[in-house]
Design a protein around this ligand. Structure first.
Ligand code: AMP
Length: 187
């Protein structure tokens, strides 16, 4: 089972991914976490991307596609993947399709967590205090939200026509959302 969790920044993708990872032993593919890890390690990639990440801008496709490639093709992880924050553009979605079809995999479920902008702003303000992420501030959120609307939201049309696409009201309580997701997985 390969799953994509889709939604704007602050929609709760990471929270639901953690729930699914624990319950179904899936492997969490968060490009945001992978990139933050490169910055923490002070790797060459980390040094290149630190400013873009802090400003809430997209990191280049080349870097992000390369980071997910090894995970998607790893025999220990493949067919057990939950994508969080990837794909974020049509070109990334096409890259993922190619990687998956080339390794006899597919996306089995796409879950869209739909949350309005006002709720996102309130959540990011809270998360800023708890997680201390350097890109969680109102100015950066405005950038990230605009980029989401311009570049990421069109990916929704790409997936919504496919079977196993589900939209969930992401303003519900965390366990209500998890319960809805469970029903898509037939448990
Ligand atoms: P996230 O943790 O998913 O909110 O991502 C945090 C930041 O990492 C984003 O604002 C981007 O700067 C970068 N990032 C994460 N995923 C991607 C991606 N798929 N493509 C480009 N940049 C990304």
């Amino acid at each position: 089972m390969n799953i994509i969790l889709f939604g704007p920044p602050g929609a709760g993708k990471g929270t639901q991914a953690k729930y699914l990872v624990e319950k179904f032993k899936l492997f969490h593919v968060s490009t945001g976490d992978l990139l933050r890890n490169e910055i923490k390690k002070k790797s060459d990639i980390g040094k290149k991307i630190v400013n873009e990440m802090n400003d809430g801008k997209f990191v280049s496709d080349d870097i992000v596609n390369e980071l997910i490639k090894d995970i998607v093709l790893d025999p220990q992880k493949k067919e057990n993947l939950i994508f969080d924050g990837y794909p974020r553009s049509i070109s990334q979605a096409k890259n993922l399709d190619l990687l998956l079809s080339g390794s006899e995999q597919k996306i089995d479920l796409v879950i869209f967590l739909n949350v309005n902008k006002d709720t996102l702003i309130k959540r990011i303000e809270k998360r800023k205090i708890i997680e201390k992420r350097s890109d969680d501030n109102l100015e950066t959120l405005a950038n990230r939200y605009d980029t989401y609307m311009d570049t990421t939201r069109p990916v929704l049309d790409y997936y919504s026509k496919k079977p196993n696409f589900h939209e969930v009201d992401g303003t519900l309580k965390i366990d209500q959302i998890s319960a809805k997701i469970d029903t898509f997985l037939n448990f």
